[in-house]
Design a protein around this ligand. Structure first.
Ligand code: 13P
Ligand code: SF4
Length: 360
């Protein structure tokens, strides 16, 4: 289908046709009115988020939710949403939710023609690496990551010159260009396992200096780190955590391993976003201090009402927050922004991601 009339309706902001739009066609922009029909058809979804989305906001979200869910069928598309996406995306339009590793694995299993990444750019690149023949869209390509931006492929080549023969492990929070230069990838849920799987005394571990230190605390393998940091997690401090603990000694503190080691040390548990969710659901603590990105507490709270109370010293990830319902809708209407990776570079980058997945 090639219907460019939708573009003509919005002459004020006429987007250029992407290659994906030429292949799939542009669809008409759906009507976004809040009607009794929209209210009825989205009522079951509002039930899932009513604890964290006020009733006054739902009439703004619901027309987008309905339109996106209809368009997904038309496009044979799936939406992969990271645990840091806002509750209306996470609960109402996502087909798959999870941490970086889960999203990477599920991307590989998808049978859809189109993958829309609810997350940041490196995640969309990972989906494209594992699905070279599918169309991968990111609703806003400016959704970056301070870790991914802290290192380039040229930096990795220099590290290899400085430490000849030392294998390089890259956190998935890196560009495809960096993944193409390294031996294997890891995520926060398998970093220790990946480091120890190499059977060597020393590894280069990049780019997160804090994740590197947190892994170093658990292994005899000597870790050479890079000076990158997550701009969200590096802001938490142990003093802040201890103040919460002094106010309520029974509070359970759980932190992401991108936090500085002093924060992890005063926590009761540290793990990937999926591991943190699992911890809350299985251990059912009464009060939890969730030391990570803000939306995660909202997303867990919808499922643990009346069981766990969340105290939120949270910070927002400005990159994750670039992904919104209106941008997801535009993504599906105009088939933008398509993630394209040079084939030769993708081949090399895929190897390091696949090597991690093959570890199981
Ligand atoms: P997870 O793999 O734990 O979801 O972490 C990804 C991320 O970007 C955390 O800041
Ligand atoms: Fe990157 Fe930190 Fe945002 Fe995760 S939370 S995407 S590591 S900047």
């Amino acid at each position: 289908m090639d219907d460019t009339s939708a573009l003509n309706q919005t002459s004020a902001a006429k987007p250029a046709l992407s290659d994906a739009a030429r292949r799939f066609g542009v669809l008409p922009m759906p009507d976004l009115a809040w009607t009794p029909e929209v209210e009825r058809e989205t009522a079951h979804l509002y039930e899932k988020v009513k604890a964290v989305v006020p009733p006054v906001e739902w009439p703004f979200h619901a027309p987008y939710v309905k339109a996106i869910n209809d368009l997904k069928k038309q496009r044979n598309a799936v939406i992969l949403a990271h645990n840091y996406q806002t509750p209306e995306i996470y609960n109402c339009v996502a087909d798959v939710v999870g941490d970086s590793l889960q999203l990477a694995k599920l991307a590989a299993e998808s049978t859809a023609d189109v993958i829309v990444q609810g997350g940041v750019h490196f995640m969309a690149e990972t989906s494209k690496l594992l699905n070279p023949h599918k169309t991968v869209l990111i609703p806003d390509s400016r959704a970056g990551c301070s870790l991914a931006e802290s290192i380039t492929g040229a930096d990795v080549r220099l590290l290899r010159q400085k430490y000849p023969g030392v294998p390089v492990v890259a956190y998935v929070n890196t560009s495809a260009e960096v993944k193409a230069e390294v031996d294997i990838c890891c995520t926060s849920s398998n970093a220790l396992k990946v480091v120890e799987s190499l059977g060597v005394d020393r590894v280069i571990f990049l780019p997160d200096q804090y994740l590197a230190k947190n892994v170093q605390a658990q292994t005899k393998v000597q870790i050479i780190s890079w000076a990158g940091a997550c701009e969200v997690h590096e802001r938490f401090t142990a003093e802040e955590m201890l103040r919460y603990r002094a106010d309520d000694p029974s509070i359970t503190i759980i932190a992401h391993p991108e936090c500085p080691p002093e924060v992890v040390e005063v926590s009761d548990f540290a793990g990937s976003t999926a591991a943190m969710i699992d911890f809350v659901k299985t251990k059912k603590p009464k009060r939890v201090l969730l030391v990570t990105e803000c939306s995660m507490a909202d997303n867990i709270a919808t499922e643990t009402l009346g069981v766990t109370e969340f105290v939120r010293p949270c910070n927002l990830c400005p990159h994750m927050k670039r992904i919104t319902l209106p941008k997801i809708l535009e993504s599906l209407v105009y088939m933008r922004e398509e993630v394209v990776i040079d084939a030769a570079l993708a081949e090399r980058a895929r190897r390091s991601v696949q090597r991690m997945i093959d570890l199981g």
